[in-house]
Ligand binder design. Sequence first.
Ligand SMILES: [Zn+2]
Length: 280
Amino acid sequence: MTDKNLKRGRIFGFVAIALFVTACSTIPQLTVHQSISTLLTAKVLDNWVQAQIDAQLPLSTQIEQSSVSIPARFQGKTLYKVEPNNKEKVIALTIDDGPWPKTTLQMLDIFKANNIKATFFWVGSAVQANPELAKRVVAEGHVIGNHTWHHWYKRMDEATAKSEIDRTSNLIYKTTGVKTTLFRPPGGFLNNGLAAYAKSQKYSVVMWSLTSADTDPHAKPQAFVNNVLKGAKPGAIVLMHDGGGDRHRTVQALPQIITGLKQQGYRFVTIPELLEKSGE
Ligand SMILES: [Zn+2]
C-alpha cells in the first residue's frame, strides 16, 4: 500500500464510522438506509474522500458535507440532462406525482426485479395520503425529490411558493427521514415563483430531457415505450408518472422500457448518481 492509499484507506474508515455514528444518533433510521446506500457507493465515496484530501478539510467539515449528496455546482441550478464523462451510457428514470396507491407498488416491484433505483418527485398532499407507501419507496433505496404540496401551475407570491415547497419537504422528512435537495416544478413551469424559491434554498431544479408522454390520455403503452427507446441518450433524464391519475398504462410500459434500454446498453442511475457522472 502506498502512503497515499494508506491515508485514503484510513480516512475512508474514519468517514464510514463517523457517518454511521452520526446517522444513528441524530437522524431517523430510514435516512441511515438512504444515506448509507447513496453515500457509501464505493466510487462516489472514493471520489469524495479524494476530494476531501485534496481540499485538506478538517474531518468535522467532511462529515457535514457528506449529508449533501448533490455536488455544489448543481445546487441552485436548473438542469435538463447531464453530459456524462466519456459518454457513459447511464440514464435516470424519474417518476412524478406520487406516492399513489397501486401503481407506485407495482413500479417498485418492477424496479426491484430489475435491481434499478429511480428518483421519485413527490406531491406533499399525496405523501400525506399515503405515508406507508412513501416509507416503502425510501426503504427500497430510491431517491426522493420535492414536487410541491398542491401541484399548482399558477403564478404565486413568495410566501405561497415557500409554503408549497417547505411544507412538502418537511412532511417528506417527518415521514421518511429523507432531507431532499431536489425539486421539480409541476408541469415544468419555471416562471411561476416556485423554481425561484427552490433555487434560493439551494435545491437543484431537475427538469427532463426525454418524456415518455405518459400523460397523453389517448396513447397506448407502446407509444410510451417507443418515445423513451427512440430518444435515449447518455445522461438523459426520463419523465414518467406513478400518480396524479390512472397510470396503469405507465406500469404496463415500464418493463419494456427497462428491457429496451438495457438492450441499448444503458445502466440506470438516480439523479444524484447521474450528477456525480458529470465533469465540470
Ligand atoms: Zn407533476
